[in-house]
Design a protein around this ligand. Structure first.
Ligand code: AMP
Ligand code: MN
Ligand code: MN
Length: 317
């Protein structure tokens, strides 16, 4: 069980630590990267010894983000001793992979916004109505009176828009937009970021043409899903928004994508349009996330994984 902190206590913890490692979930997204790299940039400017770790490769898609080259993959077998390990945008320890084993920290602090948070760290700042961990960063900077330079602002803005679908998702609050407005005042160029996000690599579009034919409906059209079979899987291809092709279809309540990262290791991305809480479905398979967007991994063949997800959905539809 974690001790929950106020933002001021979180801020003081950062100021007191001299050496810090920031980390986030595997298969990192814009929120994990933007909130962590933005915070790391600021802490470096304060003279802290800061590193940013993820037990994964960062997809080229995120190359447009300032200072993204700061993100390192820790070496297995090496021990990293630090004052403070900060786990951002991750709800459980297994989500940070080997970072949890190779970093020996005096204190572990978790900053997160997932309803499925497992309270694994020594200290926790959890805000489940924040649209993104990037929003929590804006709150922290504001409550501490810390300045966001243009690059930090760009990182936090990217974090926010990637998790709230550029203000389209239900997690978007008036406060989300007020924060975004303040970040624009710091020099963020929203058109440049939108263009970077919307521009897909050819490899992504080529894969999409092969994945779209797998679109299948179930439960009278209330569920739609697509599949990336293992022969089509390519780690370097960015596929995070593919599930939306199944999601935004008339009559669809729940959409999911299954991706065979190995023939019997199936990454599942679930999205709900309204009524169904997909975090409950993901939790049932040892995963987690938010009511409208969640994920899990199923260790079975892709056909069996699809069957298991459909069975679980059948119980709640
Ligand atoms: P994704 O489908 O990978 O875009 O993930 C949707 C949301 O669910 C994100 O907030 C993820 O952080 C979360 N999520 C995905 N996979 C897992 C997992 N295995 N355990 C906990 N949360 C997850
Ligand atoms: Mn995330
Ligand atoms: Mn997030």
């Amino acid at each position: 069980m974690s001790k929950e902190l106020t933002l001021k206590e979180v801020g003081s913890m950062f100021m007191e630590a001299q050496s810090l490692i920031l980390c986030f979930h595997v298969n990192p997204d814009g929120d994990a990267l933007g909130s962590s790299v933005g915070l790391a940039r600021f802490l470096k400017q304060q003279g802290k010894d800061v590193r940013v770790f993820v037990d994964d490769v960062v997809n080229d898609f995120y190359k447009f983000m300032p200072d993204i080259e700061m993100v390192e993959r820790p070496e297995v077998g090496t021990t990293y001793d630090v004052d403070l390990l900060v786990v951002l945008d991750a709800s459980s320890k297994d989500r940070i992979g080997v970072v949890g084993e190779c970093v020996k920290a005096k204190t572990i602090l978790n900053i997160d916004h997932h309803v499925s948070n497992t309270k694994f760290a020594d200290y926790l700042y959890l805000d489940t109505i924040a649209a993104a961990t990037g929003e929590i960063m804006c709150d922290l900077f504001e409550s501490m009176g810390w300045a966001t330079d243009e690059k930090v602002a760009t990182l936090f803005y990217t974090a926010i828009i990637m998790d709230c679908g550029s203000f389209k998702f239900s997690c978007t609050r008036p406060k989300t937009m007020r924060m975004a407005a303040k970040l624009l005042e710091c020099g963020v160029q929203p058109d440049d970021i939108a263009e970077a996000i919307d521009t897909q690599k050819r490899s992504t579009m080529e894969l999409l043409t092969k994945v779209l034919p797998t679109l299948t409906f179930a439960y009278g059209g209330r569920v739609a899903y697509i599949a990336i079979t293992n022969d089509l899987y390519d780690k370097s291809v960015h596929t995070d928004n593919f599930v939306n092709y199944a999601r935004y279809i008339e009559g669809v309540d729940v959409a999911f994508m299954v991706k065979a990262v190995e023939s019997s290791v199936i990454r599942v991305s679930l999205r709900s349009n309204k009524t169904v809480d997909v975090s409950e479905i993901a939790l049932g398979f040892g995963g987690g996330g938010h009511k409208r967007a969640s994920g899990c991994t199923i260790y079975a063949s892709i056909e069996e994984a699809i069957k298991q997800v459909l069975d679980a959905l059948g119980k709640v539809l």
